[in-house]
Design a protein around this ligand. Structure first.
Ligand SMILES: N[C@@H](CCC(=O)N[C@@H](CS)C(=O)NCC(=O)O)C(=O)O
Length: 203
């Protein structure tokens, strides 16, 4: 098994943080997106969408989508549980992971990909107005998440989960997207300090 990793990009980091939380070591194959490694014919055969991360299984089959990769490792090694425990908690982890991904991460990603000059070659067509339109959406979603965190340690209560990993990787992606966490979001700020202090955050 080996993982085609993309360095600092959020989805590759999501899987690395998840593996670090589980204490699982997987051989990594660095994929340099700046050098367009993911556009090569060899890489495209692994993932026609030309995206990282990609997990190559021992039989040579390729699994893509960061959450699918994380779920695979959750099944292989259930402890510590990162997709929740029991019907109720699992459902809320799924809900918040999807909310963060669909309502916040994608807005931040659009702001980055559609306005950053370095992305002009990779995001075709680059539509700066779409990037700008997503900035207020990202800010509104951060405010909603701040409220969710008002009486909770983590997004779904007292247990750290993949939803927190998705949020951590998204919040750390604000800077390259030229967005910032508003000063008044005290619960989100407290949460960010807490999860950033976990050893896995360095992954
Ligand atoms: N839904 C996919 C998204 C994967 C994705 O968008 N990966 C980005 C890096 S975060 C990528 O490979 N981008 C290639 C490019 O920008 O050309 C997942 O969760 O794995």
């Amino acid at each position: 098994m080996r993982l085609f990793d993309g360095g600092r990009v959020p989805n590759a980091r999501r899987v690395r943080v998840f593996l670090a939380e589980k204490g699982i070591n997987v051989p990594m194959v660095p994929t340099d997106l700046g050098r367009m490694d993911h556009k090569s014919a060899e890489f495209t055969a692994r993932n026609p969408l030309q995206r990282v991360p990609v997990l190559e299984l021992d039989d040579g089959v390729h699994l893509t989508e960061s959450v699918a990769i994380c779920r695979y490792f959750e099944e292989l090694q259930p402890e510590p549980p990162l997709f929740g425990t029991g019907a109720r908690e699992r459902a809320f982890v799924e809900m918040w992971n999807r909310r963060v991904e669909l309502e916040l991460y994608l807005a931040v990603q659009a702001a980055f990909r559609h306005t950053h000059p370095a992305m002009a070659e990779r995001e075709v067509p680059q539509v700066p107005a779409w990037g700008e339109a997503n900035r207020p959406r990202a800010l509104a979603m951060m405010a909603l998440i701040d409220q969710q965190l008002a009486d909770k340690t983590y997004l779904v209560g007292e247990n750290f989960s993949i939803a927190d990993i998705t949020l951590l990787c998204t919040v750390d992606f604000l800077k390259p997207a030229k967005l910032a966490m508003p000063e008044n979001l005290e619960h989100l700020r407290r949460w960010h300090q807490l999860v950033s202090s976990r050893p896995s955050a360095a992954a």
